[in-house]
Design a protein around this ligand. Structure first.
Ligand code: ADP
Length: 190
């Protein structure tokens, strides 16, 4: 089973993807995590992505499309993947469709975690405090830009998948366990 988790920064995609990975053996593919690893390693991709990520902007589509395409070729992803943070633009969604077709893979569901934007800012401030500022982009100023980028560049992929009849919605504001249970129900994993 291959699924996409959609939702703005702080919606809980990463938390839920990890829980689904642990409980159901699906593999979380977080482009944010992969890019942060690239930055930490000082690779060429990381050097290019660093400033873009710190500003809360999007790295070029071609970069993330290649990263995901390569990961999907790794045998450990065969049980299925949870895409977390990808696709983030309509061009990435179209590239994903093309690569899945080419690799003979299916997309089973796209789930949007719906949120209250006012609460998101509090969540991210809390995450920044808890992780001791481990993420350079977890501050209020960058968060506002990440939310604007989400609205402008990522939100349009919601109607893209809705038009294909693939979109499902889960309330991302409920308690962590409740959101997981709703996801499992929606995905037929319960
Ligand atoms: P968020 O908490 O905003 O969901 P992520 O960890 O998913 O954060 O992503 C952090 C940053 O990594 C983004 O703000 C962006 O700069 C970059 N990034 C992650 N995924 C993508 C993508 N699919 N396309 C472009 N940039 C991306």
């Amino acid at each position: 089973m291959n699924i996409i988790l959609l939702g703005p920064p702080g919606a809980g995609k990463g938390t839920q993807a990890q829980r689904l990975q642990e409980k159901h053996g699906l593999v979380q593919l977080s482009t944010g995590d992969m890019l942060r690893a690239a930055v930490a390693s000082g690779s060429e991709i990381g050097r290019k992505a660093k400033a873009i990520m710190e500003a809360g902007d999007l790295v070029p589509d071609s970069v993330v499309v290649q990263i995901i395409s390569e990961r999907l070729d790794d045998p450990d992803t065969a049980p299925g993947v949870i895409l977390d943070g990808f696709p983030r633009t309509t061009a990435q969604a179209e590239a994903l469709d093309a690569m899945l077709a080419e690799k003979g893979l299916n997309l089973d569901a796209v789930v949007e975690l719906t949120v209250d934007e006012g609460i998101l800012v509090n969540r991210i401030e809390k995450r920044a405090a808890e992780t001791g500022g481990a993420r350079a982009d977890d501050n209020v100023e960058t968060l506002r830009n990440r939310l604007a980028v989400y609205r402008e560049q990522t939100a349009p992929i919601v109607p893209y998948y809705n038009g294909k009849g693939m979109l499902k919605r889960v309330d991302g504001m409920a308690a962590i366990e409740t959101v997981t249970a709703a996801l499992e129900e929606t995905l037929g994993l319960a």
